[in-house]
Design a protein around this ligand. Structure first.
Ligand code: G3P
Ligand code: CA
Length: 351
């Protein structure tokens, strides 16, 4: 058994970007008004129910999240499904139900299955296989093999959220992520165009609509901004995700941030891009990234905030202290979290 995976490795990628950002750092970042802070339910209320299930999304909604995240992947028959991975192996019984359908690397790719096939799968908490047995990645989360969960489409999730908005009178937003557009292109699929078409069909078309559209691939975001959105008379707010890899380092300079502000409304860095993970409680090393982003007019929504003790950096005492550091000292505009209830409670208490 092992615990929830740590945040991405801090070295050498983070060391490099921290140095670059530190070189551009100005004064302390401004802290946005408490009323404007947003809680983004990362894969739903995934700390309590299997990620990206309809149950996890409904729970996130009920817990008061401002936005609910959808990671999006395409099926063989061009349907958009809400899943984090390009393959089905870590959250479903695909290898049991569809023997002989793996690629040479042993993985069962979403893009090789029709929606009708994928709907047959039982979805569970994330697991790994050891000595032929499935072992949960998160021992304190929802148990493996209990209850019944399925994969659903992007359209079905939009209908859930819009339906709840109607029945509750609230305005919870979407936060879809286009997963690996280059992979999909190699498979002959334009996932970004498909995502925009579904959004347009549900009335999401303006930058003021309750939606942020995110992607790690900057060239794809530029294409969306320059070609795909104008072609559809759409103007959605885009978010540039920033990963730990060294090739993201140029984005973390003043010039890189200025470039992002030309096509996006915000950035989604790891929390380690904002606070050096080698910080201590008495020596918090805040990078200059929030200040740079705010100066360029960009929102900052870091990922991923989890309450499990092994997910709390050494400089924080617990989950709420971590939230306090990021909202009140680092000055972020919102956070991705597996525990939206805890973040919502923290913000309410801070008002
Ligand atoms: O999209 C923000 C955050 O979710 C990025 O990481 O791997 O969980 O999609 P990941
Ligand atoms: Ca994501």
């Amino acid at each position: 058994m092992y615990r929830v995976p740590k945040q991405p490795s801090t070295k050498p990628g983070f060391l490099l970007v921290l140095l670059l950002v530190a070189g551009c750092a100005g004064g302390p970042p401004d802290t946005p008004p408490v009323e404007e802070r947003v809680v983004i339910a990362h894969r739903g209320a995934s700390g309590y129910l299997p990620e990206h299930t309809i149950a996890a999304k409904a729970m996130a909604y009920a817990q008061g999240a401002d936005f609910i995240e959808q990671d999006l992947v395409m099926t063989k028959d061009d349907e958009l499904v809400v899943l984090h991975d390009l393959d089905l192996d870590s959250v479903s019984n695909v290898s049991t139900l569809f023997p002989g359908r793996a690629r040479d690397d042993g993985r069962h790719y979403v893009v090789d299955f029709t929606l009708e096939e994928i709907r047959q799968l039982a979805v569970s908490e994330r697991f790994k296989v050891e000595d032929g047995s499935a072992i949960t990645v998160s021992p304190d989360r929802f148990p493996l093999g209990k209850s019944t969960f399925r994969v659903h489409t992007f359209a079905e999730e939009i209908e859930l959220i819009k339906g709840l908005n109607k029945s509750t009178g609230k305005t919870v937003g979407l936060y879809p992520e286009i997963k690996d557009p280059a992979f999909h292109r190699r498979e002959g699929k334009d996932i970004s165009a498909a995502v925009l078409d579904v959004l347009a069909s549900y009335g999401y078309s303006k930058s003021t609509d309750d939606i942020y559209l995110q992607c790690f691939d900057r060239y794809e975001l530029m294409r969306i901004h320059e070609d795909l959105l104008p072609a559809r008379n759409m103007e959605l707010a885009l978010v540039q995700l920033i990963g730990a890899e060294a090739d993201f380092a140029p984005l973390l300079t003043e010039e890189g941030i200025r470039e992002i502000s030309g096509y996006a409304a915000g950035i989604g860095p790891s929390m380690h891009h904002l606070v050096d993970p080698d910080s201590t409680a008495s020596d918090l090393k805040v990078t200059g990234l929030v200040a740079l982003a705010h100066a360029a007019g960009l929102k900052v929504h870091p990922y991923t905030f989890r309450r499990e003790p092994d997910q709390i950096p050494a400089y924080a005492t617990d989950f709420e202290n971590l939230l306090d550091i990021f909202f009140n000292q680092v000055g972020v505009d919102g956070i991705f979290t597996d525990f939206p209830d805890r973040a919502v409670s923290f913000i309410e208490a801070d008002k």
